[in-house]
Design a binder for this molecule. Sequence first.
Ligand code: SF4
Ligand code: SF4
Ligand code: SF4
Length: 246
Amino acid sequence: MKPKVAFFDFTSCEGCQLDALNLTGEELTDLLNAVDVVNFREVKTQREDNYDVAFIEGSITRESEIPRLQKIRNQAKVLIALGACACIGGVNCLKNHLPMEEVKQIVYGKDAKYYDTIPARPVNAVVPVDYYVRGCPPLPAELLKVIKALLLGKKPEIPNHPVCVECKMAGNICVFERGTTCLGPVTRAGCGAICVTSGRHCWGCRGLVDEPNIDSEKDILKKYGLTVEQVVEKFKIYDTYVEVLR
Ligand code: SF4
Ligand code: SF4
Ligand code: SF4
């Protein structure tokens, strides 16, 4: 019997699920031979409520999402948070900086009273999460790696060192040399430092490493004449749900 896998979207742009569909060729064929995808709204209309593994995309931003998520948790033997919104709250948590009534007014105007919204939170703030597939969006290869590990009965190995390690290995010149800030020193690697390699900096979409060396990040800021406030601005994009540098 192949394990039954289901994908569910909560508050999200659905980019994580779309990116999962970027698996192609042999990788996709191997995956579909190994698992039975029984629930994936972007791909198929038929749905089953009987599944073993649930992938959750998106963060929780409405009261009505809580019982829905709890029901999925009760059904699934394994629950996996898929993408930054699900793993760490992500961009949805930007609204947490404002009162919820104000947020509703900004988005819905005179119709605000018809909408329910609560401060955004990651999936693990509502139900236990077994594994995390990180990133905005996650790399399809990492998703595949996690599924393969589960099929082999192993714990998926996700890096717990900072993006800086991969950035140095890629031969990049540190963006601090250009006078800008970067969350690479405290962000979990696994993306190959793709943003720095592409000429930008790390926004922290994969979340913090376990036990981030905050003092080290502060030392770097000091060395380059930058302030904590400048880097906190960058944390707001993905990591509002955790406040680390204050
Ligand atoms: S993690 Fe990024 S790509 Fe995925 S749903 Fe959230 S905003 Fe979209
Ligand atoms: S701080 Fe950013 S740019 Fe500098 S090495 Fe680390 S990841 Fe690369
Ligand atoms: S470099 Fe940073 S922001 Fe870019 S993908 Fe990697 S973790 Fe995410």
